[in-house]
Design a protein around this ligand. Structure first.
Ligand SMILES: Nc1ncnc2c1ncn2[C@@H]1O[C@H](COP(=O)(O)OP(=O)(O)OP(=O)(O)O)[C@@H](O)[C@H]1O
Length: 234
C-alpha cells in the first residue's frame, strides 16, 4: 500500500498573470483511482494540465515514480508513462478510428493490444474505418480512452469522461474504468457526476479556490457526505 507513484508538493500554476493552483499537495498510490471533486473553476482541469506539463508550474514539485518532472515537457512526461484524455477528447477528425488509435507510440509493454481494445470496445471495431467526425460523443470518448490504454501509460489523467453522454454510455465507461483498475493502472479522474464517480474511485480530493480542502476515502463517503455536497454546491 505504500507504493507512491506520484508525489505532488505545493504546486502553484495558472495562465499568464492569473494564478489558479495555490499550493496543491497530494500523494497517489500505485493502482489507485483518485477523483478530484469541486465546483466549476476551482482548478481541477488545471491540476491535470500541470501534471501533464501542458502548462508550467510556477513553483512546487511533481515526482513520478521517484523522478522529478518539473523541468520536463509534456512529451517527455508521456514517455515516462503519463497519459491524458482531455475534456475535448482530442480525436483527429480527418483520421479513421484505427488511425487515431495507432497514432501515439507505444511507450511500455503491457498496454492493450489492438485485438484487446476491440474486445473491450466492440463499437470501435465496427467503426474502425470510419472518420473521427462520424463518431458519436460516446464513441469519441471510448476512442480517446482506448488510445491512451494502448500506449501502456501507467498513470492516466481523465478529464470529465462522462460529460454530456447518455446513461448507457456512462455505465460502459464505468466498466472500462474497472478493467483499467484490474490492470493496475493508476488514474486521476476529474468528474462532476459524483454518483458515478463513487462506483469507480478509491479516494476523493475536494478542491476549492485552487487548493485541496478535504480528502475522503470511498468507504467514508456516507459519513462525510455533507462535506462532499458542500464542495460540489455552487
Ligand atoms: N486557457 C485558460 N486561460 C486562462 N484562464 C483559464 C484557462 N483555462 C481555465 N482558466 C481559468 O482557470 C480557472 C480554473 O479552471 P479549471 O478548468 O482548472 O477549473 P475546473 O475546476 O476544472 O472547472 P471546470 O469544470 O469548469 O473545467 C477558471 O477560473 C478558469 O476560467
Amino acid at each position: 500500500m505504500n507504493d507512491i507513484i506520484l508525489d505532488v508538493r505545493d504546486l502553484v500554476s495558472g495562465y499568464g498573470e492569473s494564478q489558479v493552483l495555490d499550493g496543491v499537495s497530494f500523494e497517489l498510490r500505485r493502482g489507485e483511482t483518485l477523483t478530484l471533486l469541486g465546483r466549476n473553476g476551482v482548478g481541477k482541469t488545471t491540476t491535470l494540465r500541470t501534471l501533464m506539463g501542458m502548462i508550467d508550474a510556477t513553483s512546487g514539485s511533481i515526482r513520478f515514480e521517484g523522478q522529478d518532472l518539473t523541468s520536463l515537457n509534456s512529451i517527455q512526461r508521456a514517455r515516462l508513462g503519463i497519459g491524458i484524455v482531455p475534456e475535448d477528447r482530442g480525436i483527429f477528425s480527418s483520421l479513421s478510428v484505427e488511425e487515431n488509435l495507432l497514432l501515439p507510440p507505444i511507450i511500455f509493454e503491457g498496454g492493450l493490444s489492438l485485438p484487446e481494445i476491440y474486445d473491450l470496445f466492440p463499437n470501435l471495431e465496427e467503426r474502425r474505418s470510419s472518420p473521427g467526425t462520424k463518431l458519436s460523443g460516446g464513441e469519441q470518448q471510448m476512442l480517446a480512452i482506448a488510445r491512451v490504454l494502448r500506449t501502456g501509460a501507467r498513470l492516466i489523467l481523465l478529464d470529465e469522461p462522462t460529460e454530456g453522454l447518455a446513461p448507457v454510455i456512462i455505465q460502459r465507461i464505468g466498466e472500462v474504468l474497472r478493467v483499467i483498475r484490474k490492470r493496475g493502472i493508476t488514474v486521476i479522474l476529474v468528474e462532476q457526476n459524483f454518483r458515478w464517480a463513487r462506483k469507480v474511485s478509491d479516494r476523493f480530493l475536494l478542491m476549492d479556490g485552487g487548493q485541496i480542502t478535504g480528502e475522503v476515502a470511498v468507504e467514508d463517503v456516507d459519513a462525510k457526505r455533507q462535506q462532499i455536497n458542500e464542495a460540489l454546491t455552487v
